[in-house]
Write a protein of this length. Structure first.
Ligand code: TRP
Length: 351
């Protein structure tokens, strides 16, 4: 009997400290679903080289890498099912980046939204790595012949660039890399608790994010501050809120939009970590009591991560186990990466 060849899935997460609920739903949540599906062969890694493109403390980086690996394992990423590794363990990522650098027009990188965004926000540190970030990402993916890349919408442009780079390479040196597609499995939007018209992000401060390691009390304390409007009546549908936010551009949202975005953010958390039916019931039973809504949102999120938190506490006692898992993953990844590079060196004429 022949079974279809599994599709190659590649994805990475930066080791930027503890995951928040938005990071979790944007990446790891989908990794967990895919890892059990025999249609896919998964390579998941900690993108430590990417994380160096913004200011960081070298004294903290190692800890952040191990902490991210611990989080991934405690969340249920299974190194028996997927190849889990640290990007910088595989030097071929850098080698392939260099080769891709020579075929990628600068104008393509100048167009990248994330680069424009980050170089505006970190004007004191617009380094070459930040500019080249998407090329490294293309190398991450194509080194393993990645066909599907589970990511959030903000990374789609980078996956499209990966496809462009594969095309340039194939045209110039002969058909070699596959076509890569983003895998956009319904990733719910999680908004900042403090500025709900923006996406949840650590850069908006501690109180704006729910960390997956937060206790119920910590979660509730942050959720309590979410701006809501006064009436308890949902005067804008979720889609209208999204459209209004999209139309804002750089201008400031008004109080009503902020309040409605805050309410839908709470409902969205309940939908993800409780159930859609629970949200339907709440919406049907307007006016909403925001005190209760906030308590419920914090409860559902805390319940969901309780199992993880217990697993994490146990794993944190065994950092050598986490190190061993990464070393094993690196061995598996390196084998594939070396085979790819052996061919690439020939194709480009170095060997
Ligand atoms: N840029 C991605 C992010 O910030 C992380 C990443 C690095 C990645 N390399 C990748 C994601 C390769 C998918 C595939 O979320």
């Amino acid at each position: 009997m022949t079974s279809a060849k599994p599709k190659i899935v590649v994805s990475g997460v930066q080791p930027t400290g503890t995951l928040h609920v938005g990071n979790y739903l944007g990446a790891v949540h989908n990794w967990l679903k895919i890892q059990d599906d025999p249609q896919y062969r998964c390579y998941f890694f900690i993108a430590d080289w990417h994380s160096m493109t913004v200011e960081y403390d070298p004294k903290e980086k190692r800890q952040q890498i191990i902490s991210m690996a611990t989080d991934l394992l405690a969340l249920g990423i299974d190194p028996e099912k997927v190849v889990l590794f640290q990007q910088s363990d595989i030097l071929e990522h850098a080698e392939l980046t260099w080769i891709f650098n020579t075929i990628t027009p600068m104008s393509f990188l100048e167009r990248m939204t994330q680069f424009k965004d980050k170089s505006r926000r970190h004007q004191e540190n617009v380094n070459m790595g930040l500019f080249d970030y998407p090329v490294l990402q293309a190398a991450d993916i194509l080194l393993y012949h990645g066909q599907l890349v589970p990511v959030g919408i903000d990374q789609v442009q980078h996956v499209e660039l990966t496809r462009d780079i594969a095309g340039f390479f194939n045209n110039r040196f002969g058909e070699f890399f596959p076509e890569t597609k983003p895998l956009l499995t319904n990733i719910p939007k999680v908004r900042s608790l403090t500025e709900p018209t923006r996406k949840m992000s650590k850069s908006h401060g501690e109180k704006s994010c729910l960390l997956i390691t937060d206790t119920f009390d910590e979660m509730y304390d942050k959720v309590k501050r979410v701006p809501t409007e006064a009436t308890g009546i949902i005067s804008m549908e979720e889609r209208e809120v999204e459209e209004a936010i999209a139309a804002l551009g750089d201008s400031e949202p008004d109080e009503k939009l902020k309040g409605m975005a805050g309410v839908w953010n709470l409902l969205g958390l309940i939908r993800e970590f409780g159930s859609p039916e629970e949200v339907d019931r709440l919406v049907a039973g307007q006016p909403l009591k925001y005190g209760e809504l906030k308590q419920l949102a914090a409860t559902r999120v805390a319940e969901h991560f309780a199992v993880f938190q217990r697993a994490r506490a146990e794993l944190a006692q065994k950092p050598e186990h986490v190190e061993r898992v990464l070393a094993h993953g690196a061995k598996q990844a390196r084998e594939v990466a070396q085979a790819t590079m052996a061919e690439v060196r020939q194709l480009v004429g170095l060997r």
